[in-house]
Design a binder for this molecule. Structure first.
Ligand SMILES: [Zn+2]
Length: 430
């Protein structure tokens, strides 16, 4: 997963896959198919308790974990029964931490298991006789958040967003979050160049013991790319979910992404009314665009919608057909694999499949077609012409202005926080 995500951001060289246009050409699309906190430390430990802290081993169940720690059979049974009322026991996950406290006579006092990054299963003994009895609860793992400023620059030793973020002491998750914010305006694989800078304010989450536990949302971001400055502020309009907006309060989320491919979207065959078909050797129209891309490259939904068809369809090979709002439909042909099912809802940017050469195609490429009200349209032109995103509702204008002032004030601060750990880029920003 992670290596795939990394590929989205790093530029990918395509070594000689395409000798000529003809190699990556394809058949015209057919008619669309028919729709079908850990709080262990707050327990004061009497001197006769032994504390054990370990991780779930492969193949373990909760019962085998407990027996492996010399907990008696009757206690294991009572504990498992209590936990089963809250939690799906067969599914203790490999490598998740657990802790338990055991008296020297072997009696279990308490047991804690981290279900995931956010939830902790806690079980504590309440009674010894006549039978051991336990209470169980699932509690949130406590995290503290710290708001930090992170700055980076694209340069000779950091030639991608991921590399620059790494240099700033942050992880790929933050790169993906930043790329996601500006996805409609910037192709982070082809548009970034030396000298570009970014600055962002983000919440970092920490667990007990100052242990980094992931990022909260990016609160504000600024990107200097070529000669343009892009800014984003996170804001939650009344009655809607939080999103990112530019300084004028326009949503940064456009109806379409720039392209269904995350990197190097080079068009090898454009949309046209008349074209010589390299396989059929006839003149036929080309009702879409061919993007050159290597087999396996991720293909994502250009807009949110519903999967009308996902499967094999003659000369189109493995294909996905999506229906969107406003009368739009998009089709993705010749895929090597499909990641969605007919009838399911998908969001803009979701993986729908991978580039291939199935069907009537002479080499790996993506044929991408767009329809509006049933008619094929030139996707490149339509994507480019998309108007800016929806504006903030007027009732939210004052609240937005306030959020924006605060966000960009913290971006402008020159003092670096301890976490960001990188010097401001030369010629910084504004
Ligand atoms: Zn094509």
């Amino acid at each position: 997963m992670r290596s795939n995500r990394r590929r989205l951001i790093h530029s990918v060289a395509l070594p000689g896959l395409f000798v000529s246009l003809a190699l990556s050409a394809c058949a015209p699309p057919p008619d669309p198919p028919l729709p079908p906190a850990l709080r262990g430390a707050d327990v004061s430990l009497p001197a006769d308790l032994r504390l054990i802290s370990a991780r779930v081993f492969p193949g373990a169940t909760m019962a085998s974990l407990l027996r492996g720690n010399q907990i008696g059979q009757s206690e294991v049974a009572a504990l498992v029964a209590r936990a089963a009322s809250l939690f799906d026991l067969p599914r203790v996950r490999v490598d998740q931490p657990y802790r338990l406290a055991r008296a020297f006579d072997g009696a279990l006092r308490w047991f804690e298991y981290e279900i995931d990054a956010d939830r902790l299963l806690k079980i504590a003994r309440t009674r010894d006789r006549p039978l051991p009895e336990f209470v169980a609860e699932i509690v949130p793992i406590e995290k503290k958040s710290r708001t930090v400023t992170v700055r980076g620059a694209i340069g000779t030793d950091a030639d991608s967003l991921v590399a620059a973020m790494d240099q700033a002491g942050e992880t790929i998750d933050l790169s993906l979050a930043l790329a996601g914010i500006f996805a409609s305006d910037v192709d982070f694989n082809t548009d970034l160049q030396r000298g570009d800078t970014f600055e962002l304010v983000v919440e970092k989450l920490y667990r007990e013991g100052n242990q980094f536990a992931g990022y909260g949302p990016i609160l504000a971001a600024e990107l200097h790319n070529d000669r343009r400055r892009l800014r984003a502020v996170r804001f939650q309009p009344e009655g809607a979910s939080a999103g990112y907006f530019d300084e004028e309060g326009r949503s940064l989320r456009k109806f379409f992404l720039r392209s269904p491919l995350k990197f190097e979207p080079v068009i090898t065959s454009g949309f046209s009314g008349r074209r010589f078909h390299p396989v059929l050797h006839t003149y036929r129209s080309h009702q879409g665009v061919d993007y050159r891309a290597p087999t396996g490259a991720p293909v994502v939904a250009v807009a949110s919608g519903t999967v009308v068809f996902a499967g094999v369809n003659g000369g189109s090979g493995r294909m996905v057909h999506l229906r969107h709002a406003n009368g739009f439909e998009s089709q993705y042909l010749h895929l090597s694999s499909i990641a969605v099912r007919s009838g399911s809802r998908i969001n803009q940017g979701d993986l729908i499949g991978r580039v291939g050469s199935t069907g009537l195609a002479t080499g790996p490429h993506l044929h991408y077609a767009l329809k509006r009200n049933g008619l094929n349209v030139n996707p490149v032109a339509v994507h480019r012409a998309m108007p800016p995103g929806d504006p903030i509702p007027s009732g939210d204008a004052l609240r937005f202005a306030d959020a924006r002032e605060r966000a960009f004030a913290s971006l402008g601060a020159t003092a670096l926080t301890a976490e960001s750990g990188v010097s401001p880029p030369p010629e910084a920003s504004r």
